[in-house]
Ligand binder design. Structure first.
Ligand code: HEM
Length: 497
């Protein structure tokens, strides 16, 4: 750019020279311009060098990196939280990595994550742009993956109407039914009980795990999470590859095919829900409500179809994994289970199942919900937020475009719902060093989980119903010995969006 400005200046001055009019003046101007351009160039070069050295000198510490690859070989595809934990011990509460050119900063305690992602949420509000995932597989119709874009804002607004603190109350009846069905399924069909979110998103009856609809949505979730792994597709490292014609690039062809097939099925789910609504058969569900507002929020039918599938995929594995962690906790902390059951016996009794009307009188169950979320966050390294401006934090320079990941493990191992209650055991409290909910499992700032109130409600009624209906006991092996599942053997699979 500077080069072209300089050469244009030359041409202009030479033309004056040819005209023979003000030759001396022209050479004077030439001199000034040349020296001016030189100064500009010099300033430009100095600025870039200083900027680079500021970036380097003031970057948070981190493990040594290889040229071009950065730290990619040190970060496993699964269980990233394990090296993160080691590095946090070595480098402190804020350290940096580079994955194939993408700068990443990892925040390892609540304070740093809160200071940046919550207090500066106006500039930590974007997401990394992944071409294969966002543009090709999802065709730009997946707002939670978008940066601080208009489509994301409109979708957040629409979702708040449905999933805000007040909005979610209308789902209580459906969630109670789903919890009762889940309890029934535990007794009759122990592996499929968690797939009840479809009731609330699409208004479908609970489906079997191998039903085509569930398989499809999970295929979508799997494809999304695989494409989100850094370096999974070369186009995300060399963005110009996105302009290759589909016939030359198999990955692009297959991605576009996937998008078209998925769109057709998801639009069909949406129009089925719409028909049910028109005929008056629809039960309260996310989709039926969303369709009614799609024009007002400016969404096409296709985008609405994708958004609905996102809600199902996002809500299903996160909630079901939290329920699995709850069962794990009950097996390892039977004292907590007995205490919760004593509360249920006192408040609810044996003549009826717990309902949302009991919520205020069941503080220990509410504390179990919070403690389960805190104890084993389903996404221990959260989702990255991307800085939209250069900024400084505690002497570190964080350039625009850096992805920032929270990775927080407060008091990792001890499961103790009492931490959320005062001495009387009736009044909820929040530890001072964490957000009001007592954990950071739903994330931070403007990107905080849009389904958190919905999830809190679903977990409350599911946990209350299961503890009311069952004793959760460990299995016995062939020698008659009790086998308690260990609390440190985690599975790393699935999707959090
Ligand atoms: C126990 C249950 C759940 C957990 C632990 C969870 C966790 C999370 C986390 C950690 C994030 C990232 C927040 C951030 O970037 O700071 C997130 C975002 C999101 N969650 Fe959840 N979630 C749960 C349930 C749900 C449910 C039930 C839904 C929908 C019905 C949902 C929909 C979403 C969506 C759409 C986003 C993206 C938000 C955005 O980028 O603006 N989640 N969730």
């Amino acid at each position: 750019m500077l080069q072209s400005i300089i050469s244009r200046t030359h041409t202009a001055v030479v033309m004056w020279d040819i005209s023979g009019n003000i030759k001396n003046l022209a050479s004077a101007v030439l001199e000034i311009l040349l020296s001016h351009s030189g100064v500009v160039l010099l300033i430009g070069a100095v600025t870039v060098t200083v900027y680079k050295s500021v970036r380097k000198q003031h970057a948070p510490p981190g493990p040594p990196r290889l040229p071009f690859l950065g730290n990619i070989l040190q970060v496993p595809r699964q269980f990233q939280s394990i090296p993160f934990l080691d590095w946090s011990t070595k480098y402190g509460p804020i350290f940096s990595l580079n994955l194939l050119g993408q700068n990443i900063i990892v925040l390892n305690n609540f304070k740093t994550a809160n200071d940046l992602l919550e207090r500066r949420s106006n500039i930590y509000n974007s997401r990394p742009h992944l071409i294969m995932l966002q543009d090709i597989l999802c065709g730009g119709s997946f707002p939670p993956l978008e940066g601080d874009a208009d489509i994301w804002r409109r979708w957040r607004r629409a979702s708040h109407e449905t999933f805000g603190t007040k909005g979610v109350e209308k789902y209580q009846a459906v969630q109670s039914k789903a919890a009762a069905l889940a309890a029934l399924r535990i007794a009759t069909h122990p592996s499929g009980w968690e797939h009840t979110i479809e009731v609330t998103v699409y208004g479908w009856p609970p489906l079997e795990e191998d039903s085509p609809a569930i398989e499809l949505v999970f295929k979508l979730a799997e494809r999304v999470s695989n494409a989100a792994v850094p370096g999974a597709f070369l186009v995300d490292i060399f963005p110009l590859m996105k302009f290759l014609p589909a016939w030359m690039a198999r990955w692009k062809r297959e991605g576009e095919e996937f998008h078209n097939q998925m769109s057709a099925v998801l639009e069909k789910y949406l129009s089925d829900a719409n028909e049910q609504m028109v005929s008056g058969d629809a039960q309260t569900c996310y989709v039926s409500e969303f369709i009614q507002t799609e024009d007002r929020h400016g969404f096409s039918r296709k985008t609405s179809a994708w958004i609905s599938a996102v809600m199902l995929a996002a809500g299903a594995e996160t909630t079901s994994s939290t329920m699995t962690n709850f069962l794990l906790a009950m097996l390892n902390y039977p004292g907590v289970m007995r205490k919760a059951q004593a509360e249920l016996d006192e408040v609810v009794g044996r003549g009826r199942v717990p309902t949302f009307a009991d919520m205020d009188n069941l503080p220990y169950i509410r504390a179990i919900v919070r403690e389960t979320l805190r104890w084993r966050p389903v996404s221990p390294i959260g989702l990255p937020h991307v800085a939209t401006e250069d900024n400084w934090y505690e002497g570190y320079f964080i350039p625009k475009g850096t992805a920032v990941d929270p990775s927080i493990y407060p008091d990792f191992d001890v499961y103790r719902p009492e931490r959320f209650l005062d001495e009387s055991g009736k009044v909820e409290i929040s530890p001072s060093d964490v957000r009001q909910s007592g954990h950071a499992t739903f994330g931070f700032g403007r990107r905080i989980c849009v389904g958190m109130h919905f999830a809190d409600q679903a977990l409350f009624i599911a946990i209350a119903t299961i503890l009311w209906a069952f004793d959760i006991n460990p299995p016995v092996d062939e020698n008659g010995d009790v086998v308690i599942p260990p609390t440190d053997q985690l599975v790393d699979a699935g999707t959090v969006v």
